[in-house]
Design a protein around this ligand. Structure first.
Ligand code: NAD
Length: 260
């Protein structure tokens, strides 16, 4: 039970981040949502967390592509909810192209949102966690934090970097009551992946169902998508007392992707 802890989950208006926010709220955490989307829909998500779980929930539209805004998110959450005990760095974007055709501005955006934002939020959150003698940092990396695929240069570089940042943070915080771990999901059927399924279906002239099955067939031996609920349960474990000595680890939840 994490009742009374305050969690910031970046990129939590959709997909995995929303699943993680719901899982933490179900354990009693107050939650700061962040991300983009329709204002009325986001307000419905925020109010829904408060209603369903009896917790406090806030929302910040901080753009994590901007380092100062990323650090500001921690200050905003502290102002709104009192402190930050749990930081989940989840916000991420994808761009798929061969290196020679990869737009440099897309490289900068992917590195900024998927990697640098985590540096800025961790840097801003650590002083208060150290003072409290307790903290949990969970970085949502990817199977692409451990192995590569073609055409995802920026994403693979950022996710490998995030696993590295996780290890450094763990070492610097060892013995302080603060842990830092990475989670490395395989395919999860979120809007980010739905766009890749649609692109594949269009490119190959097959149905959406066929494209999704082919994507799993290429990479994920289990043949099934990971769910946001499964990832939420792992994050809750990492935030709990049983995981006090788990730090600097990269947890695969990928249906066997990286076992190959
Ligand atoms: P998604 O597109 O459904 O959600 C991304 C979230 O990040 C949204 O809330 C969006 O508003 C937010 N976001 C995007 N840019 C932002 C910015 N500049 N500032 C603040 N928020 C921003 O994607 P998802 O699939 O849920 O991905 C979440 C994380 O999980 C990403 O880091 C992604 O790389 C990682 N991941 C996803 C999969 C998968 O199969 N879906 C697999 C492995 C890792």
């Amino acid at each position: 039970m994490l009742r009374g802890k305050v969690a910031v989950v970046t990129g939590s208006t959709s997909g995995i981040g929303l699943g993680l926010a719901r899982a933490l709220a179900a354990e009693g955490c107050d939650v700061m949502l962040n991300g983009f989307g329709d204002a009325a829909e986001i307000e419905a998500l925020r109010a829904g967390l408060e209603r369903d779980h009896g917790v406090r929930a806030g929302y910040s539209g901080a753009d994590l592509g901007d380092g100062r805004a990323a650090a500001g998110l921690i200050a905003e959450a502290t102002g709104a909810l009192g402190r930050v005990d749990i930081l989940v760095n989840n916000a991420g974007i994808q761009h798929v192209a061969p290196i020679e055709e990869f737009p440099p501005e897309k490289w900068d955006a992917v590195l900024g949102i998927n990697l640098s934002s985590a540096f800025h939020t961790i840097r801003a959150a650590l002083p208060a966690m150290r003072q409290a003698g307790w903290g949990r940092i969970v970085n949502i990396a990817s199977a692409h934090g451990l192995v590569a695929s073609p055409f995802k240069a920026a994403y693979v570089a950022a996710k490998h970097g995030l696993v590295g940042l996780t290890k450094v943070t763990a070492l610097e915080c060892a013995g302080s009551g603060i842990t830092c771990n990475a989670v490395c999901p395989g395919w999860v059927r979120t809007p980010l992946v739905e766009r890749q399924i649609e692109a594949r279906a269009a490119e190959r002239g097959v149905s959406i169902d066929q494209a999704a099955a082919d994507m799993l067939g290429d990479k994920q031996p289990s043949g099934a998508f990971v769910t946001t609920e499964q990832l939420g349960a792992l994050a809750v474990f990492l935030c709990g007392g049983a995981a006090a000595q788990v730090t600097g680890a990269a947890f695969s939840m990928d249906g066997g992707w990286t076992a190959q």
